[in-house]
Design a protein around this ligand. Structure first.
Ligand code: HEC
Ligand code: HEC
Ligand code: HEC
Ligand code: HEC
Ligand code: HEC
Ligand code: HEC
Ligand code: HEC
Ligand code: HEC
Length: 432
């Protein structure tokens, strides 16, 4: 018994001695040799430094860890994971895991557009630069926590600013930062820099500091959004036969999440006012989806009649769906046809702006970049459809005439030439 106690005590002393050595060694050496100076400075400013959370607390690795490297007498990892953070912040880690940020890596790798990029080096600086928020680490935990509170300051104040979200929530297919910044909410934040009077992104999406950003989203969720599975709103034919365009949610899920969001609006607005705003956005989504549905029907028709140029079977295969027609969710922007390329812009950019703009109270994105552009794109699709069909008609007509003349191949011309020669001879004879 006593022997065992001494044994444990020795192991304990040995271990604490070792980590005390690491605590001092990491910061000590890095500071003295001037290695990673910026990191040391950031860390010194952080709450972690204040609480003696030294480099080793996150970076130390165990023997056998897949990502362990030996470093000046220590086993370390260069990529601490959420599992390391969870030792001290298990609440944030499990909330994060409940929200869609945590699935962003696997959603990305399943996408045809990801697979279609020529190589790993390019993918790393493209899709992965944003979808790393759900990065999967060597220990299988998911989530890059420094996506919002950058290393090594790890500040919650920084993460609270809308700018913390902007590197990723920007661009043609999800311009939330611009919808927001140019809305009345964004204007008030920008002019007053106070999140008390007007909401910032986190007021609506990380209520009470939750790390589950999926709370309160309904049919206005990521990517192409969702449709209510047990209610016909007429927009569900845009749902993707290949799986990743629109999600299905039930009316019950819709009500729970909508009530959650409205409870936030109702801190500043009347509930009726806010409910009306969100219902308008729902309506814009349904109507815009329907418009895009018209484009889908046209392209499917051309495919059925063999009129896409080139036809899917005559192009390099889509990395996920193969040689069949693939529009919406798994459509790629390479190896496509002109009319499908037109559709891509309507579906991926204009459609998105129309309703994501509306959910973020931005009339301009909703109308000019959104609804107006969808309608213009649809006109172009209709016009290309007519052109393709007219060309096909002309080609068919030509084939039919060719068939008619082919019955006496070359004979007509020969006869004509003969006729002319005979009449020429007659004329010459008469003259002489
Ligand atoms: C004897 C000095 C020394 C000690 C002790 C030391 N480091 Fe380093 N470390 C360095 C230097 C110098 C570099 C910079 C190497 C470079 O620029 O490529 C470095 C680089 C690193 C890197 C980046 C490695 C890479 O491949 O990208 C990490 C992470 C790191 N140190 C963490 C730690 C941790 C954690 C500890 C304590 C357990 C520690 N260091 C202890 C000197 C030291
Ligand atoms: C609170 C946890 C934490 C602490 C404490 C911490 N790091 Fe890190 N460190 C991280 C995370 C997280 C990453 C990024 C992981 C990734 O890329 O997925 C990182 C990355 C790094 C990198 C590689 C990336 C780069 O920018 O070069 C170096 C070097 C590094 N840390 C050094 C240090 C040093 C030195 C200390 C102590 C002064 C330290 N870290 C303290 C969490 C921590
Ligand atoms: C050894 C325990 C420990 C580990 C591991 C750890 N932290 Fe911390 N962290 C703390 C302590 C202690 C505080 C200060 C808490 C306070 O001030 O109430 C803190 C505070 C924070 C804060 C709030 C800072 C602020 O501005 O108030 C953030 C953000 C944070 N940690 C992120 C992380 C992330 C991300 C990781 C993993 C990469 C991590 N921490 C790993 C102990 C840890
Ligand atoms: C490093 C990139 C990155 C940063 C930074 C980032 N996000 Fe995201 N966010 C994503 C990606 C990628 C998704 C899509 C996840 C999925 O479904 O695959 C996403 C999805 C979301 C969703 C949709 C949730 C749902 O259920 O529909 C919300 C809301 C969100 N983010 C809010 C925020 C807020 C607020 C911030 C800033 C505090 C932020 N994000 C910062 C990349 C990021
Ligand atoms: C989408 C952006 C985003 C990501 C990703 C993120 N955080 Fe945060 N985090 C925040 C914001 C915003 C706050 C401040 C919330 C508040 O107090 O209103 C915060 C606060 C914290 C705090 C301080 C909590 C407190 O009450 O003082 C800790 C600890 C923390 N985060 C840990 C983590 C860990 C661990 C991860 C990775 C699993 C992570 N965060 C990923 C945005 C993010
Ligand atoms: C006033 C509240 C509010 C603010 C502020 C806000 N959002 Fe939203 N956000 C919403 C609503 C409402 C939805 C749609 C929810 C639904 O599905 O019913 C939404 C949806 C989203 C989605 C899912 C796709 C979409 O756009 O519909 C993302 C991602 C998102 N917001 C990110 C952000 C980011 C990043 C910011 C800050 C730049 C932000 N939001 C600011 C209320 C807000
Ligand atoms: C600028 C950062 C950024 C880049 C680059 C980026 N994404 Fe995204 N992606 C996001 C954000 C943010 C969301 C969620 C917001 C939304 O949809 O409104 C998202 C959503 C998605 C979704 C939908 C996820 C779901 O849960 O349904 C898929 C799939 C996706 N991206 C794949 C990719 C692929 C593949 C690439 C590269 C070809 C890529 N993304 C490039 C930021 C980015
Ligand atoms: C923190 C307080 C706050 C929250 C939360 C908030 N708002 Fe606002 N909102 C304001 C303020 C202040 C204005 C500016 C009023 C004005 O234009 O005079 C505003 C303006 C608006 C406007 C445009 C101006 C108008 O009167 O038409 C709309 C639309 C709107 N909010 C909808 C919402 C919705 C929907 C939610 C919830 C998803 C929400 N707000 C959440 C404070 C808030």
């Amino acid at each position: 018994m006593i022997k065992e106690f001494i044994g444990i005590a020795i192991v304990f002393l040995f271990l604490t001695g070792l980590s005390a050595a690491a605590e001092n060694a990491c910061v000590g050496c890095h500071a003295s040799v001037g290695a990673t100076k910026g990191i040391i400075n950031d860390w010194k400013e952080s709450k972690h430094a204040l609480n003696n959370v030294t480099c080793d607390k996150c970076h130390e690795a165990a023997q056998g860890d897949k990502d362990a490297i030996s470093h000046n007498g220590f086993l370390i990892t260069t990529t601490p994971s959420p599992k390391d953070c969870a030792n001290c912040h298990s609440t944030q880690v499990s909330q994060f895991n409940a929200g869609k940020h945590s699935i962003s890596w696997s959603k990305m790798t399943a996408a045809a557009r990801y697979k279609a990029i020529p190589n790993e080096k390019m993918r790393e600086s493209m899709c992965e630069g944003c979808h790393s928020i759900g990065k999967i680490y060597a220990d299988d935990s998911a989530g890059k926590c420094d996506s919002c509170h950058t290393r090594h300051l790890f500040s919650k104040e920084e993460a609270r600013q809308p700018e913390a979200c902007e590197t990723c929530h920007m661009g043609l297919d999800h311009e939330q930062i611009e919808y927001y910044k140019k809305s009345k909410h964004g204007m008030i934040q920008e002019t007053n820099r106070t999140s008390a009077r007007a909401p910032g992104c986190i007021t609506c999406h990380m209520d009470e500091g939750t790390h589950d950003v999926s709370q309160g989203t309904t049919i206005g969720t990521v990517s192409q959004g969702a449709f209510i599975s047990n209610k016909s709103s007429g927009n569900d034919y845009v749902k993707d036969s290949n799986g990743i365009a629109m999600r299905a949610i039930t009316q019950e899920q819709f009500d729970t999440n909508r009530n959650k969001m409205l409870s936030i609006c109702a801190r500043c607005h009347s509930r009726n006012f806010a409910q009306n705003v969100l219902e308008n956005a729902d309506e814009i989504k349904v109507q815009a989806d329907k418009k895009v549905g018209e484009g889908i029907i046209i392209i499917e028709g051309l495919n059925k009649d063999g009129l896409l140029d080139p036809m899917p079977e005559n192009r390099p295969a889509n990395p996920v769906t193969g040689n069949k027609l693939t529009i919406t969710g798994q459509q790629t922007y390479t190896n496509t046809s002109g009319i499908e390329a037109e559709f891509f812009g309507m579906f991926k950019y204009a459609l998105i702006h129309s309703w994501k703009g509306a959910y973020h109270m931005n009339p301009d994105y909703s109308h000019w970049y959104g609804w107006a552009q969808i309608n213009l794109d649809l006109e172009k699709i209709k016009s290309q459809n007519r052109t393709l069909r007219r060309i096909a008609e002309l080609e068919n007509a030509q084939k039919t005439t060719e068939k008619g003349t082919k019955a006496t191949p070359g004979f007509g011309t020969e006869l004509a030439v003969l006729g002319i020669m005979v009449s020429l001879l007659l004329v010459m004879k008469r003259r002489s």
